[in-house]
Ligand binder design. Structure first.
Ligand code: AMP
Ligand code: ZN
Length: 494
């Protein structure tokens, strides 16, 4: 029997403001869409946090036995500067500044995004569609919204008519905003503005002659509005209604609100059953963001080359730090917090390693594995509460250490189930890897080679060239090259 039949998962639905029992539209299957990155610069750690939260959600749903189709897009057109309605396309601007083709910018930062996510041990999504690959689908939706009377064309651009929509639907229900308040708080439109109303948003924008990212359409050459791509791609791969839509909290308004409006206008019904929003990673108490420069890049953390942290941290230690906070809570990055998480991560990895080496006892097991395991599930079932899961895993860490010290008992028959459960929660669901072991192994290897270099030096000092050559040649055969220089002997591993 699939696990999801025995576990009751509850998720916090931002649309209703309630924790709800998760029941997918089609039994056993889950469709999940997460807004992906705009690939005009390197992903910072804040972006990674949101994607990591949904990687964990994806992992848990799979673990429960659901067949999950996870769609995470790449935004490679239509996202304008400052998330605004007017201005330059973020990718086109970068291309102009660096004298590159826009698709060169897209390629460079898509590769960066993938390489960082791989270091963090993300599972790839089932489909990773791009906005530029779905221009035709976007144009079709615009035509449909125009036909249904919820949009208007002006001077080669098409805008969504929020006022008309709001007469029969409720614009603002996801973010809890009221259109009347929005209107009261906005300045009047400038005379030259093409929109009927400041709240209207672009479905299609006319491309000015200098705009390099452009496509033909029934309204002339132009490019799609930012919000439309997600409606087009989620519908294409998951249907008009699907189970989960995720993204960072900062996308609730206007991006997700506009997605709901577009889908309701076109299909006549709400597109998403459960809206999940991940909270922000902050640095010095302020949102980590590309635009303000208040951010740190993952590679700067892994290499230690940054002015914020005292040392380098492995991707898994950083992942553990992220998982120690609930995905809906704000999390602040600091040196002290990372150091504390690294300690916890090392303890957890050591316990898992030690568990494998433990000699089982004759005495009966002194830990209730079944109830502990269910409490781990209870934590995850409570809207993916990873901090509680980690605290529960540490109950097992304490117990494993007691068995090692001989103050608790673990029978042979219970060892494997405990091992499997620890590995499933730590590796399969939290997505951690035992990088501590890799790090320890490489430290042990360096120490060993240094020792051999020392012995070779001693042999050479004693004119025992047979021994010194033997050490060098055998190391070379193992792929370790010694290089003698003024400062002494160094080595490299091929
Ligand atoms: P962008 O590339 O700007 O479109 O952002 C990609 C994703 O990163 C979106 O889901 C954002 O909500 C998310 N994001 C941006 N800044 C942060 C942050 N400081 N903490 C967490 N998520 C963020
Ligand atoms: Zn989106």
């Amino acid at each position: 029997m699939q696990l999801y039949k025995t576990q009751t998962l509850k998720v916090y639905n931002s649309l209703t403001g309630k924790k709800e029992v998760f029941e997918p539209l089609n039994e056993g299957h889950v469709g999940m869409y997460v807004c992906g990155p705009t690939v005009y610069s390197n992903v910072h750690l804040g972006n990674c946090r949101t994607f990591m939260s949904f990687d964990m959600v994806f992992r848990y749903l799979k673990h429960l036995g659901f067949k999950v189709r996870y769609v995470r897009n790449i935004t490679d057109a239509g996202h304008l500067e400052n998330d605004a309605e007017d201005g330059e396309d973020k990718i086109a601007k970068k291309a102009r500044l660096e004298q590159l083709e826009p698709m060169e910018v897209v390629q460079r930062y898509t590769l960066d995004f993938h390489s960082i996510l791989q270091k963090f041990n993300f599972l790839p999504p089932s489909i990773e569609p791009t906005a530029t690959g779905h221009i035709i689908e976007q144009i079709e939706i615009i035509k449909d919204i125009l036909d249904k009377g919820f949009a208007y064309e002006t001077n080669g651009s098409v805008y969504f008519d929020v006022n008309t929509f709001n007469k029969s639907h409720s614009y603002g229900k996801l973010s809890g905003r009221k259109l009347e308040d929005m209107i009261a708080n906005t300045r009047a439109l400038a005379a030259q503005d093409e929109k009927k109303n400041p709240q209207d948003f672009a479905l299609w924008k006319k491309a000015e002659p200098q705009h390099i990212m452009r496509w033909p359409s029934p309204w002339g050459d132009g490019f799609p509005g930012w919000h439309l791509e997600c409606t087009a791609m989620s519908t294409k791969y998951l249907g008009e209604t699907f189970d989960i839509h995720g993204g960072g909290m900062d996308l609730k308004f206007p991006h997700h609100e506009c997605e709901i409006a577009q889908a309701e206008a076109s299909y006549g019904h709400s597109p998403v059953k459960y809206w999940l929003h991940a909270n922000m990673l902050t640095l010095n108490g302020k949102k980590m963001a590309k635009s303000t420069g208040n951010n740190i890049l993952p590679n700067e953390i892994f290499s230690g080359e940054n002015s914020i942290l005292s040392k380098a941290f492995t991707p898994s230690a950083v992942r553990f730090f992220m998982m120690q906070a609930h995905y809906t809570s704000i999390l602040d990055l600091s040196n002290d917090a990372l150091l504390a998480s690294e300690k916890g991560y090392n303890k957890l990895m050591e316990a898992i390693e030690n568990l494998g080496k433990l000699t089982p006892t004759e005495a009966p097991t002194t830990f209730d594995i079944a109830s502990w395991k269910q409490r781990c599930y209870d934590a995850l079932n409570d809207d993916f509460n990873t901090p509680i899961l980690i605290a529960t895993l540490f109950e097992a860490v304490k117990y494993i250490n007691q068995v090692k010290e001989g103050t608790a008992a673990l029978e042979q028959k219970d060892k494997e189930p405990l091992q499997l459960a620890m590995e499933q929660f730590a590796f399969d669901i939290l997505g951690l890897e035992n990088q501590q072991a890799t790090q320890n192994n490489s430290e042990a290897l360096s120490g060993t080679v240094e020792l051999l270099i020392q012995l070779r030096n001693e042999a050479r000092a004693n004119k025992d060239f047979a021994t010194s050559d033997k050490i060098r040649d055998q190391l070379t055969a193992l792929g370790i090259q010694l290089k003698d220089g003024k400062e002494g002997t160094t080595f490299s591993i091929s």
